[in-house]
Design a protein around this ligand. Sequence first.
Ligand SMILES: Cc1cc2nc3c(=O)[nH]c(=O)nc-3n(C[C@H](O)[C@H](O)[C@H](O)COP(=O)(O)OP(=O)(O)OC[C@H]3O[C@@H](n4cnc5c(N)ncnc54)[C@H](O)[C@@H]3O)c2cc1C
Length: 318
Amino acid sequence: MKVVDHLRNAGEKTLFTLEILPPLKGENINNLFGNIDPLMEFKPPFIDVTYHREEYVYKKKESGLLEKSATRKRPGTVGICAAIQNRYKVDTVPHIICGGFSKEETENALIDLHFLGIDNVLALQGDAIKTEAKFVPDPNGHHYASDLLDQIVKMNKGYYLDDELQNVSPTNFCIGVAGYPEKHFSAPNLKNDLKYLKMKVDMGAEYVVTQMFFDNKKYFDFVEKCREAGINVPIIPGIKPITAKGQITALPKVFHIDLPEELADEVEKCKDNASVKEVGIEWCIQQSKELIQFGVPTLHFYSMGKSDPIYRIAKELF
Ligand SMILES: Cc1cc2nc3c(=O)[nH]c(=O)nc-3n(C[C@H](O)[C@H](O)[C@H](O)COP(=O)(O)OP(=O)(O)OC[C@H]3O[C@@H](n4cnc5c(N)ncnc54)[C@H](O)[C@@H]3O)c2cc1C
């Protein structure tokens, strides 16, 4: 079933949903299931699975020289989506990225998903390779999420790259896109960023999932500005509890977001990560309660491979 149908069917009720990361290459999928199993108590109607492009690693050869090779540290997004649908009978939303994919490879990946009965995708530009200063598209691929979206929308209408194909069957993807309450780091300002978000929605994106935020006001202002800009699709808030002291400097650096003074001060006062986790969980519960009151369609938790804090938060709310 499509994400937007789940949201519509829930009516006024706020749902519980989550995003997971594929395990590191070589790890057993049962570790992942062990994290998801307890969360099924809160009946998530869909689970997002992130996509991780290759990274460059350097290995020392016998000669002492370094050899550069590309490796994908967290492969398996499509397999995990299928495994989750199979095991839990829950819909999955694979993230599809521009980076590292030619249009042909994207088309083939979408065909796989379609054949697997996966009806949802989140269309993204994708992160730059860690050792590259900026995002570089594949020479035969897409630059912006809107370009990727265009390809998926066309496939939904039965247009494949090869226009001479006979007996084509359209795909049927519900497409979500990303939104940034504190603006995308490369956008000159929020208004400009919203121009492109509106473009994605006008092209066929049916909902928006936000970057994580720790100050609900940022989300409320963002929703207001989106509505003023004519973006009228559901805007799903993405949230995450802080669980370690290092995150108060790492999260702003990686995700280009601010942490409220009160939260950062409380975390700084903590003597160990066990107490940081308690502060983070309590903050996330308060954030969630206010978001539910605001009437958000779902609370979308960034689990980042750890279910225990999410379980404790959900237990308080659902
Ligand atoms: C909910 C969520 C999930 C994510 N999941 C993943 C994941 O699984 N894997 C991963 O690698 N990364 C993921 N990311 C990170 C994301 O890919 C990066 O933040 C990336 O830099 C931007 O992606 P986007 O889809 O928002 O890009 P875009 O929509 O392409 O926007 C990128 C920038 O370009 C501007 N822009 C957009 N369209 C145009 C245009 N046509 N012309 C000119 N400028 C334009 C925008 O304003 C913005 O500043 C996720 C982010 C979010 C919020």
